[in-house]
Design a protein around this ligand. Sequence first.
Ligand code: NAP
Length: 286
Amino acid sequence: MSQTPLAFGLLGFPVKHSFSPAMHNAAFKELGINAEYKLFEIKPEKLQNFLLSLEEKGIKGLNVTIPYKEKVLNSDFIEIDEESFYARKIGAVNTIIVKNGKLKAFNTDMPGFSRHLKENISPVGKKVAVLGAGGAAKAVVYCLAENKVKEIAIYDIDKIKSQNIVSLIKSSFNDFPISAVNGIEALRIQEKELLINTTPIGMKPSDPCLITEKMLHRNLFIYDLIYNPQETKLLALANKAQVKNSNGLGMLLYQGVLSFTHFTGKKAPVETMRQALKKELEKCRK
Ligand code: NAP
């Protein structure tokens, strides 16, 4: 008799355009694990009940996306211990596991971003500009401070959000040189060595490009967290100006690799997961 597969999935609202099922299901298959990764689109008013019923539903682990990365931490039945260091520091989680009847939360966005950024550029001593101060920016900026960049300027249309990130960083890294600025010009990209886009601007074909060509220079590296499309208008501009750059597919891969290990206790098959993501991207281009 065949056993019911273990259930994992992505919790969010909405969660329609996700590559995570393809990536995790390919990994389960590769390792011969009888498990299935699904999408859980849960309305805000149903969130608490959903989290309370994970065991009953046979769900062993979740990734968490917009708009719940911070919200799930308000549930007092979610544990954040020493192992969940980054979730505690950043105040946002993207991974939950169900263990011995308890829910434990982790943040793998931060180490996932760190691993991929360092494959492209050494952040140590760099002057950095960050666009956007939402959930992902917290992980990005924490990573930059931990990796001893020289200075960070951050801009978000909502200044309170960028000021909150400044406070978060200053409370963890004494006197770290980080400032919330009032506009894109004030990021002074011409003087920076690394520009990171953490806004969703660039996902839709109708989105504008937030940066102009005159801000770019050959000493700059641009990292766009967006991975679909592979080449956003920002990255197209970078390519045109021969500025080195990367999209966020590697971050997606490495956060998934770390989540997979939390889910299963096993080393993730990185190449299988990378190929699964590439296939998903190909499908989107057709
Ligand atoms: P989020 O929490 O909504 O944050 C985005 C932030 O950008 C918000 O504070 C938003 O302000 C701000 N913003 C929007 N338009 C702006 C503009 N024109 N100028 C300056 N700031 C602007 O979203 P998130 O979870 O951080 O995700 C952001 C992006 O990163 C998404 O595209 C997501 O797909 C991507 N991401 C990728 C990975 C990966 O693995 N590669 C992981 C996480 C996220 P308002 O809220 O006021 O609009």
